[in-house]
Design a protein around this ligand. Structure first.
Ligand code: NAD
Length: 482
């Protein structure tokens, strides 16, 4: 069978890659679905040159910000028009359920709509200074921006940074994860159709280890956004340091979801299940540590397990599937390795931990929803990011103990609190070491809400008004008026 060949977009042209082709696999079967161009470092350099030329070209540089906003809004409308098709591509390539993929594509369109509206609202300030002088500031586009995207939300996390970058007048080079390039390539066709000038938006596909450093370390790149793992974040920082290039890093998590005795246990059990089993647990903000007050522990775990048993495991595109496969065989092996670690460390395997037995699922990367109880805070399964449907449940006795456990990890991305006590909710919101906290739901975000982590979870933040700061640079102008 000949597979469809997917080229990459550089300087307005669909081109082959200098490193050949790489098959993209369906995680539900591990069958190839497309051959995708694999870029060489030279391809990456050509994309940077194209983005630099497009930045200097009056067609983009002088475009009225309101017109730029209209272009981004048109792109949002095109994405909504093709949402079902884009979501099917995403589901097939990544494994996530169609329902999740549609939700992601819709969130991506919403993000474009939000930032489209900001394109002509990037304002400077007038500063009172001594003498007869006028001091004002301008916010100008940052320049050539590189967006390195992970495989867990290939479209949505790409668009999360592409939208403000385009709205602010930058040019863009996207590097999708090598496992899941198809939805971004499909999105690139919509960018073309929307009518962005050539070279403003480029997609370079291929190996992260080859293309990533070539982009992040290029002297003509003005900003790098990576969403990915901590080790990759460290590599990107090193590469960017060579040219003192600013970076935004959105990295991993080991987020605590803290349930107090006064919580609505029914809701908390469902929220905890969504927080770890959605997207097959492959979420940076997964609530992978469930901290439960000892008085409600057994009731909560019972409800959570009963709810998780109703989640049908199956291929993302199959109707009623609730839990899709993990992205790849390698990743499944890594996650199953943690199931062994948990058992060896002495935690109790209360649910799952195996591949499902149904013959139809035998060739895919499926794993049952897995729950460990009797987890001690220092166990590896309570400290390391597993990035799969594996929950570690930890008991606590007091508020102070809960807070100490919650904060005792290297990450600080997200945290959940379940309580009816307002003062406790605010105390935890203030004292949790996390860039985001949600109370009585898990997880939740909006294009308007800042998204970013503390500690090893990253640098900077995406979404919301403040995201525009990264994609613009401030200039101070002082005029002596005599
Ligand atoms: P990864 O770090 O392996 O890959 C991320 C991207 O970096 C891919 O496009 C990859 O090809 C590229 N890459 C690989 N090596 C590189 C290098 N040396 N230089 C530059 N780029 C390189 O991450 P992943 O496995 O795709 O995604 C999972 C990780 O992403 C998890 O740790 C997860 O927590 C994190 N994540 C964070 C957020 C967030 O918003 N904080 C969101 C989603 C995922």
């Amino acid at each position: 069978m000949t597979l469809p060949r997917e080229k990459m977009l550089i300087d307005g042209a669909w081109v082959d890659g200098g490193a050949g082709w790489r098959a993209s696999l369906d995680p539900a079967t591990n069958e190839p679905i497309a051959d995708v161009a694999s870029a060489s470092p030279e391809d990456a350099a050509r994309a940077v040159a194209a983005a630099k030329r497009a930045l200097a070209d009056a067609a983009w540089r002088r475009m009225d910000p309101s017109d730029r906003g209209r272009l981004v809004a048109r792109l949002a409308a095109l994405l909504r028009r093709d949402l079902d098709d884009v979501a099917r591509t995403e589901s097939l390539d990544n494994g996530k359920t169609l329902r999740e993929a549609k939700g992601d594509a819709s969130f991506a369109a919403w993000t474009l709509e939000y930032f489209a509206g900001l394109a002509d609202k990037v304002e400077g300030a007038v500063i009172p200074v001594p003498g007869n002088r006028l001091n004002y500031t301008r916010r100008e586009p940052l320049g050539v921006t590189v967006h390195i995207v992970p495989w867990n939300y290939p479209l949505q996390l790409g668009v999360r940074s592409i939208a403000p970058a385009l709205a602010a007048g930058n040019t863009v080079i996207v590097k999708p994860a090598s496992e899941t390039p198809l939805s971004m390539l499909r999105f690139a066709k919509l960018v073309e159709e929307a009518g962005f000038p050539k070279g403003v938006f480029n997609v370079v596909t291929g190996s992260g280890a080859v293309v990533g450093p070539a982009l992040a370390g290029h002297p003509d790149v003005d900003g790098v956004v990576l969403t990915g793992s901590v080790p990759t974040g460290q590599e990107v920082l090193k590469a960017a340091a060579r040219n003192v290039t600013p970076v935004t890093l959105e990295l991993g998590g080991k987020s605590p979801n803290v349930v107090f005795a006064d919580a609505d246990i029914e809701k908390a059990a469902k929220g905890a299940a969504f927080g770890i089993f959605m997207n097959a647990g492959q979420m940076c903000w997964a609530g992978s540590r469930l901290l439960v007050h000892e008085s409600v522990h057994d009731a909560l775990v019972e409800k959570l397990v009963a709810f998780a048993r109703t989640w049908k495991i199956g291929p993302g595109l199959e109707k009623d599937s609730r839990l899709g496969p993990l992205v790849s065989k390698d990743h499944l092996a890594k996650v199953m390795g943690y199931v062994d670690v948990g058992a060896r460390e002495g935690a109790t395997l209360t649910m799952g931990g195996r591949r499902p037995q149904a013959p139809a699922l035998a060739h895919g990367n499926f794993l049952e929803p897995t729950v460990f109880t009797d987890v001690a805070p220092k166990m590896r399964i309570a400290q390391e990011e597993i990035f799969g449907p594996v929950l570690s449940v930890i008991k606590f006795g007091s508020d102070d103990e809960a807070l100490a456990i919650a904060n005792d990890v290297e990450f600080g991305l997200y945290a959940g609190v379940w309580t009816k006590d307002l003062s406790r909710a605010h105390r935890f919101a203030a004292e949790l070491e996390a860039g985001m906290v949600s109370v009585n739901e898990y997880p939740v975000t909006f294009p308007q809400s800042p998204f970013g982590g503390f500690k090893a979870s990253g640098i900077g933040s995406e979404q919301g008004l403040t995201a525009m700061h990264f994609y613009t640079r401030q200039k101070s102008v002082i005029l002596n008026l005599g």
